[in-house]
Design a protein around this ligand. Structure first.
Ligand SMILES: [Zn+2]
Ligand SMILES: [Zn+2]
Length: 263
């Protein structure tokens, strides 16, 4: 197979409450499936985390980073790249953050109170990357969908835990706002996702997470890993929850949705 495969969206059982495999297990699993690396994006302290909120900030961050650290240790032994990321949760609208690290998290103990604008500005300022993860995910706990096209660098348009018709909405959304597109397995266990593997494939091996940031932010050459059930589908199913769209000032501009999606 040509190129280097990277998983961009992955959870570990050390940190994510829904994680079913350790960081080390994820490393061996993906290596065995032809990947060169992965980016750990555990649910942050505002998401589905195992970390107790009563602990001091520093301790919460240390525990949050454990899945990544265990994966990194294991990856180093077998020439497999492991990078750090975060899956941030606002209101079940979730964002993948890259280019930040433990030190940066430690230095911002007030971050859980940040708005979309503030988070995007902070990530942008340090040359990081902020993507909206699976923007059209319908689950029982999702009461509405919130879209912030002015507060992201790109959109995860194919996610192995999302049904294809919802990914089609994500593609149309990204294309309307000319946003970069990414792919992620959202891997929670060391097993093949029901809808096949995701991630990206690159011409060059990445040296750090900033190589990934650069690829996406500067629209360099990379290929989305996807599966047959996701290619060429034109299905659009009915979205059963309210969808909201926000502008750069976080004002509701949902009336524009008609123009984008016919609803
Ligand atoms: Zn999860
Ligand atoms: Zn996830």
């Amino acid at each position: 197979m040509n190129g280097y495969r990277y998983e961009t969206h992955l959870h570990t059982s050390e940190s994510s409450a829904c994680g079913k495999a350790t960081g080390a297990e994820q490393v061996h699993f993906l290596k065995a499936h032809g990947y060169q690396g992965l980016i750990v994006t555990d649910h942050f302290l505002n998401g589905n985390t195992r970390i107790l909120k009563s602990l001091p900030w520093e301790e919460q961050i240390d525990l949050f980073c454990r899945g990544y650290e265990e994966a990194k240790k294991e990856g180093d032994k077998i020439d497999f790249d492991v990078f750090f990321g975060v899956e941030w949760n606002f209101n079940n609208d979730e964002f993948l953050l890259y280019g930040i690290d433990r030190q940066w998290l430690l230095a911002h103990p007030d971050m859980l109170s940040w708005s979309h604008t503030r988070l995007f500005e902070e990530i942008n300022k340090i040359g990081g990357l902020m993507l909206q993860a699976h923007p059209f995910r319908i689950r029982s706990y999702v009461k509405d969908l919130r879209l912030y096209p002015y507060h992201v660098h790109g959109i995860e348009v194919t996610n192995a835990q999302n049904e294809a018709p919802y990914d089609n909405y994500a593609r149309r959304y990204a294309s309307y706002f000319s946003l970069a597109v990414t792919s992620g397995s959202d891997l929670h266990w060391s097993g093949e996702p029901d809808r096949g593997f995701r991630g990206i494939s690159t011409k060059q091996r990445m040296k750090s997470v900033f190589d990934y940031v650069d690829l996406i932010r500067n629209q360099k050459e990379y290929t989305l890993i996807t599966s047959d059930d996701d290619i060429g589908l034109e299905d659009f199913v009915q979205i059963t929850v309210p969808v909201m769209l926000f502008d750069a000032q976080e004002q509701d501009i949902s009336e524009k949705l008609k123009e984008i999606f016919n609803f």
